[in-house]
Ligand binder design. Structure first.
Ligand code: E4P
Length: 215
């Protein structure tokens, strides 16, 4: 399973890259706003800055919700850097745009996916990635990991090549559950990735080894 980091924070992206386990980055308009990135030129420059740090795919989301607007924005984003993946919402014109981008060889990430039916449509349109939001489903008492399992089954039965990019991950257990459920990618906050390091028996065992090494 690939690890993407779900942030627009350059320091956090660098930290994850330095850890040696980073395969890519996802952003969204809320994450860009959180970093105070405003104005079209600054936003585009920020995407390029992210691409210079990592070696994998970087999802950049369109704001337009009509077909022509999505195409115009998406093509401009794709032109920015070879690592850019155009992130498109799961709406009618979004599905049409994903098919258009697929036919042009532009990578896409279909975002805001909350059902197996939506994931099926994204795959039919040829999306490179589909992003089911597991945390937001859990937030409303719907089983997010169960959705990953359902999409995995459907894609395997029918041979779809769209990669399942588990999004809206809240904690390290989500990452482990996504790996068990067969997600191709998990996009996570840095805190969830680094939390995977922790186990009290590791700390206790290391302290003992270091103490014994001095004897
Ligand atoms: C990633 O592609 C999504 O935009 C992101 O994971 C959403 O996460 P949230 O539910 O924590 O906002």
């Amino acid at each position: 399973m690939k690890f993407f980091i779900d942030t627009a924070n350059l320091a956090q992206i660098k930290e994850a890259q330095d850890l040696g386990v980073l395969d890519g980055v996802t952003t969204n308009p809320s994450l860009m706003a959180k970093e105070g990135i405003k104005g079209q030129n600054n936003i585009l420059k920020h995407y390029v800055d992210i691409c210079k740090i990592v070696t994998g795919d970087v999802s950049a989301e369109v704001i337009a919700t009509d077909f022509e607007g999505i195409i115009k924005e998406g093509e401009a984003l794709a032109d920015l850097h070879e690592r850019i993946v155009v992130k498109v919402p799961m709406i009618r014109d979004g599905v049409k745009a994903i098919k258009y981008f697929t036919d042009k060889g532009i990578k896409t990430n279909c975002t805001l996916v909350f059902s197996a039916g939506q994931a099926l449509l994204a795959a039919k349109a040829g999306a490179t990635y589909v992003s089911p939001f597991i945390g937001r489903l859990d937030d409303i008492s719907v089983d997010g990991i169960g959705l990953i399992e359902d999409i995995r089954t459907i894609y395997d039965v029918h041979g779809f090549e769209t990669e399942i990019l588990a999004a809206s991950i809240r904690h390290p257990l989500h990452i482990v559950q996504c790996a068990k459920a067969g997600a191709d990618v998990a996009t996570c906050p840095l805190s969830a990735i680094t939390a995977l390091l922790n186990h009290p028996l590791t700390d206790k065992g290391l302290a003992q080894f270091l103490a014994d090494a001095k004897k």
